[in-house]
Design a protein around this ligand. Sequence first.
Ligand code: ADP
Ligand code: MG
Ligand code: ZN
Length: 469
Amino acid sequence: MKKYITVIGLEIHAELLTQTKVFCGCKNSFGGRVNGNCCPVCTGMPGTLPVLNSKAVELAIAAGLSFGCQITRHTLWDRKNYFYPDLAKAYQISQLYAPVCVGGGLEIGGRFISLTRIHLEEDAGKLVHSRGATLIDYNRAGVPLIEIVTEPDLRSADEAAEFVENVRRTLVYAGVSDGKMEQGSLRVDANVSIMLEGADKLGTRTEIKNLNSFKFIKKAVEFEVERQAGVLESGGRVIQETRRFDEASGETFSMRSKEDAQDYRYFPDPDILPLIISDCDIERISRDLPESPSKRFSRYIGYGVSATDAGVILENKAVADFYDACIRAGANPISALNAVKGELLRHFKPEGGDKIDVSPTDFVRALSLADSGEISGNGLKTAIRRMYAEGKPLDEIIKEEGLIIKEDSAAVRSAVLEVLNQNPKAVEQYKNGDVKVLSFFMGQCARLLKGAAHAKTIQEILLSELTAK
Ligand code: ADP
Ligand code: MG
Ligand code: ZN
């Protein structure tokens, strides 16, 4: 088979985290009673007029600034005309001629992927197919969306999935979108073509609609590349068309031949005024923008954290925010990393509300108590587990659990003797040269002492008692 290069350009739709919809006052929220968040505006009743939600524009600008885009100062709205039952007005308000952001991009794996533009638009409703009938839920109609369009810069299915992962993280960190792909807050159309190595023109592309997980993006692109190669190899020609990805079979199927912008009869929407975005708006939004995940990544690497561990911390914003709060509270970045990664993350459940209700000051104090040996390693684990699960102050947990080690060697000795007396067989094994049983003894003693002694002290007394036996 000839050597083909894969070329991918993405259109990423992200729903914005506004309280209300983009052109009316209806609630923008997922779930809820079917057709419960609707009004005459978002259901396209005659005589209604849209009023622009300025928060949606601010979030679109925040997205643009996060990707280093230029912000359009004089931005306009256009009607994209087509009929579909989920689009009651028979046109979608979108931006063709003066999108709110242009240019910019994101570096992944040392390659810069350019964005063409980011524009604002309204989402459509949702069709629900049920028992042979089709029902319509307009709760999503009018929810603000940004569409992020990339240049055809991506070169593999893996790279496309990784790019979307980075875009998603950037949007979530900036508070622009919740990025929940499983709820449809982030959906991807992948444009795919292949060309022979050394070709000076891109191949004919197909567009695969509505991919809603990283796995499906990868699978759909991989399938499409194979399919197109098959078509070319058998002497055929790839047809420019829109395709659907079937999750069950992992294959793509033709939906319709590709429509052109002119088929939509785009024209400026006469109901909405152009919007002037000032330097002052941009400065304010830029000032409020939190540090991006890629900047945080570099900062963590600067602390001596490995790339893998930095990824683990950044995976969830609540975790990264907590980690940073610990560092601000004076923690050593590496001990904080180990405690967060080794202990906190074992209990952390992102689906449980994305919150870490632990005082960073207490967390850092627990770390330094463990460092100085005032509480044991197990004691630190207990403290972290209970601070996270119960939100209790460290001092209360220390008191309740008796975590501060008071080196009472008499108590350690009596615990050691108790363990040895209860396990004569293991003692026999040890005498016969089986040193493996030591860790069993250590564990038993630690359990009896509930963390109230240093491992080192236990080991010393244990060894001396064993020798004495
Ligand atoms: P449309 O609005 O019809 O979808 P655009 O010109 O906006 O068309 O392009 C949409 C996407 O297709 C962009 O992400 C672009 O990078 C990508 N694209 C364009 N040509 C190709 C190609 N030959 N192969 C792969 N992707 C392409
Ligand atoms: Mg398109
Ligand atoms: Zn409404």
